[in-house]
Design a protein around this ligand. Structure first.
Ligand code: EPU
Length: 337
């Protein structure tokens, strides 16, 4: 375990922002993690996973602990299900591919989501009609307060849309070291109702897609809309899709009859922030090296040397114009550091 000083985090955040860590250590086991948490080199500790859901706006005056704990294993299985565990430092997409190779169903729609396994539960990652919570069984985590280990069940984790207890009451208090998911071995429940999925399958004459074919479809769709962070810095969706009350929605839809929306419950309607941002005129716009992706307005991008400040200033402008134009407040999905 080697502690480095004043280390650039440019290669450790998918936005590619060049901020520095006062101290930095990469840990590859729980023991190393606990030792790092005990370190007195800095009173502050900052946990870094895949760096795919954060925007750095300043240097981090702390010991940055990069979670690099690896391992995937089948914990148990019966005729119908497999329980598979992955350690927090595994790359999310590699884990999804491992499950697909074994023909275990449930994660295929979550293919190609950037980031690591250990951070997936924090925001209950989701895409194309599936969220992590749909297959989540439990996770193990280490308390940053007293270094004890605790297991969280699905109900303990209090999952919601891009939300969990780890983003709220327990924010910063636990480091997720391992997750356990329950996947199907037979009678896979395939989530292929999304319009874009149906369209891709039809165009490619795929009638009863295998898990692998669904995964490949998702990969193609994501690659066609979302920028590859290895080429253009980004953190996926920058904002959450706002959920509004029925009253707000009725006024909104009268004024914008063509707007897409999803009914969540009798009282709540979700409106795509990407649509609001596009209609506010920001899609494809570039201000220096900070910009709004040309194919998906929900994604803010760093064309090279944007600072976190520049990205956040752009986010504020977008938020203000959307509010002015539609009376709807959009809030970031990414963690602003
Ligand atoms: N739309 C526009 N203009 C845009 C972008 C979207 O009009 O520039 C419209 C689309 O036409 C569509 C609707 O908005 O009617 C929804 O768009 P899309 O299906 O692309 O999904 P999204 O709501 O923009 C969410 C997730 C994505 C996830 C996709 C697919 C959030 C915040 N984002 O985006 O997640 O991949 O659905 O399920 O919920 C991420 O979290 O980083 C992420 C990429």
């Amino acid at each position: 375990m080697r502690i480095e000083e004043n280390k650039s985090l440019k290669n450790y955040n998918t936005f590619g922002i060049d901020c520095a860590a006062r101290f930095f250590v990469s840990v590859s086991s729980k023991t190393e993690l606990i030792n790092a948490l005990k370190s007195t080199i800095s009173p502050n500790k900052f946990i870094l996973g895949g760096g795919s859901n954060m925007l750095l706006t300043k240097d981090i005056d702390a010991l940055v602990i990069h979670i690099n704990i690896k391992g995937i294993r089948i914990v148990s299985e019966d005729d119908e299900h497999a329980y598979v565990s992955a350690m927090g430092g595994e790359n999310w997409h590699d884990f999804v591919q491992y499950c697909i190779t074994n023909d275990f169903g449930g994660l295929e729609n979550l293919s190609l989501i950037p980031g690591n396994v250990g951070t997936a539960p924090i925001q209950n990652i989701g895409a194309y009609g599936v969220e992590l919570k749909d297959v989540f069984e439990s996770c193990k985590a280490i308390s940053s307060v007293d270094l004890s280990e605790k297991e969280f069940s699905k109900s303990d984790s209090q999952f919601g849309y891009r939300n969990s207890i780890f983003k709220n009451e327990l924010k910063g208090k636990y480091i997720i070291t391992e997750i356990l998911v329950k996947l199907s071995k037979t009678n896979h429940k395939k989530n292929i109702e999304y319009g874009v999925i149906q369209q891709y399958l039809a165009e490619n004459n795929i009638v009863n897609p295998s898990l692998k074919e669904i995964s490949e479809t998702i990969i193609k769709i994501r690659q066609s809309k979302l920028p590859d962070p290895n080429i253009i810095g980004n953190s996926g969706s920058f904002f959450k899709n706002p959920i509004v009350t029925k009253d707000v929605f009725e006024t909104f839809i009268k004024q914008n009859p063509k707007a897409p929306f999803y009914v969540i419950s009798e009282t709540e309607i979700k409106i795509p922030a990407g649509w609001l941002i596009e209609k506010s005129g920001f899609k494809g716009k570039r201000f220096g090296d900070a910009g709004v992706h040309e194919k998906q307005a929900l994604v803010l991008v760093n064309y090279g040397n944007a600072t976190g400040e520049e990205i956040i200033n752009l986010a504020h402008r977008i938020k203000d114009v959307v509010k002015e134009q539609f009376g709807i407040t959009i809030v970031p999905e990414v963690n602003i550091i």
